[in-house]
Design a protein around this ligand. Structure first.
Ligand code: NAD
Ligand code: TYD
Length: 356
């Protein structure tokens, strides 16, 4: 028995692979293209582990994926691979269409070809689990109920539109071809190994480097935050017990305005690594030009997952964010290495004309 994971050198996929191998002896074939967001250093602790096979490949490469599937005969494929940053999707949507839409289509076709050749028992047991986002549901008003699995898809950014398209393909491959699929739609993750172009790691690293903490617009946009290891546990629960063809919303019951998130991080840093001048890191907060089409609020109703599969987040935002800040303070080697030339170029481009 084995599973095949795509995007397992990224933030969530990397955490998933590490947790999987820590908890189970079942081998993982880890397929990742190693874009700017893929980082083998995240997987350093499993170097030489015979249960982990890393393959550098594109999910859209049918020849490579088909051969891997036939050679290793996984009982499940978990698709994390994607372009994942909204600001990059606004700057250049092409890669998002290529990987998230065309890549997912090609992956589904590779998997369908393999699955068709399995014997009856293996076909019945096989699962294709597609990891998606709550952003496919669009934006909420302050008093709207949180997103449930029956909400209409109303994606607003090139990123969320490309993920919505991939979710539709996955659904169609089940209804038309019978492929045994599962889809999870999760809220914003945070935790170790998060690439510092996203709000939480960016703020932690900018703060300790004495740089501004950029808040888009008024900072009152609300996100639901989930500690990444809770997301990994939810995926394991859905893989083990989810009903084929169903979607499951995953969330942390932690709705926070961005400004509150940033102030919380500043408070923890004030305690763990006080500024030498005695002032708070909150002094570094800087309001900058907003993101075009910025969704105002996301919130997740995760009761289906709790009711049907008994999953609940283990961390509150308060416990998870403290662990996360401490992780970034301790793992200076990892953070120094991801802040490479390519990363610095992106930061310069994204924030150049935002300063207000
Ligand atoms: P990430 O950007 O950190 O990692 C993506 C990984 O996919 C990288 O390792 C990258 O090299 C790889 N990849 C990209 N294109 C590829 C391709 N064509 N073929 C093979 N590998 C490729 O993203 P993440 O934050 O870990 O997100 C993982 C998944 O979870 C994505 O599908 C994302 O949409 C979804 N998701 C993310 C969040 C979040 O808050 N980060 C929340 C909900 C859902
Ligand atoms: P991000 O981490 O990019 O995730 P997403 O856009 O998928 O929700 O951003 C989280 C929130 O933080 C989002 O509302 C945009 C905001 N944000 C800032 O205010 N400043 C920043 O520098 C970044 C990167 C994000």
């Amino acid at each position: 028995m084995a599973i095949l994971v795509t995007g397992g050198a990224g933030f969530i996929g990397g955490n998933f692979v590490l947790d999987w191998l820590a908890q189970s002896g079942e081998p993982v074939i880890n397929v990742d293209k190693l874009t700017y967001a893929g980082n083998l250093e995240t997987l350093k602790s499993i170097d030489g582990n015979p249960a982990h096979l890393f393959v550098k490949a594109d999910i859209g490469d049918r020849a490579v994926i088909g051969e891997l599937l036939r050679t290793h005969q996984p009982r499940a494929v978990i698709n994390f691979a994607a372009e994942s940053h909204v600001d990059r999707s606004i700057d250049g949507p092409g890669e998002f269409i290529q990987t998230n839409v065309v890549g997912t289509f090609n992956l589904l076709e590779s998997v369908r070809g393999y699955w068709n050749e399995l014997d009856e028992a293996a076909r019945a047991a096989f699962r294709f689990l597609h990891v998606s986002t709550d952003e496919v549901y669009g934006t909420l008003e302050a008093d709207d109920p949180p997103f449930s699995e029956s909400n209409a898809y109303e994606p607003n950014s090139p990123y969320s539109a490309s993920k919505a398209a991939s979710d539709h393909l996955v659904r169609a491959w089940h209804h038309t071809y019978g492929l045994p699929v599962l889809t999870t739609n999760c809220s914003n993750n945070y935790g170790p190994y998060h690439f510092p172009e996203k709000l939480i790691p960016l703020v932690i690293l900018n703060a300790i480097a004495g740089k501004p903490l950029p808040i888009y617009g008024d900072g009152q946009q609300v996100r639901d935050w989930l500690f990444v290891k809770d997301h990994c546990a939810a995926i394991r629960a859905v893989l083990a017990g989810g009903k084929v063809g169903e979607t499951y919303n995953v969330g942390g019951w932690n709705e926070k305005p961005n400004l509150d998130v940033v102030k919380t991080i500043c408070g923890i840093l004030d305690e763990l690594k006080p500024r030498t001048d005695g002032l708070s890191y909150a002094e570094q907060i800087a309001f900058v030009k907003d993101r075009p089409g910025h969704d105002r609020r996301y919130a997740i109703d995760a009761r289906k997952l709790e009711r049907e599969l008994g999953w609940k987040p283990a961390e509150t935002f308060e416990t998870g964010i403290r662990k996360t800040v401490a992780w970034y303070l301790e793992n200076t080697q990892w953070t120094a290495n991801v802040q490479s030339g390519a990363y610095l170029q992106w930061v310069e481009k994204n924030y150049a004309d935002r300063n207000s």
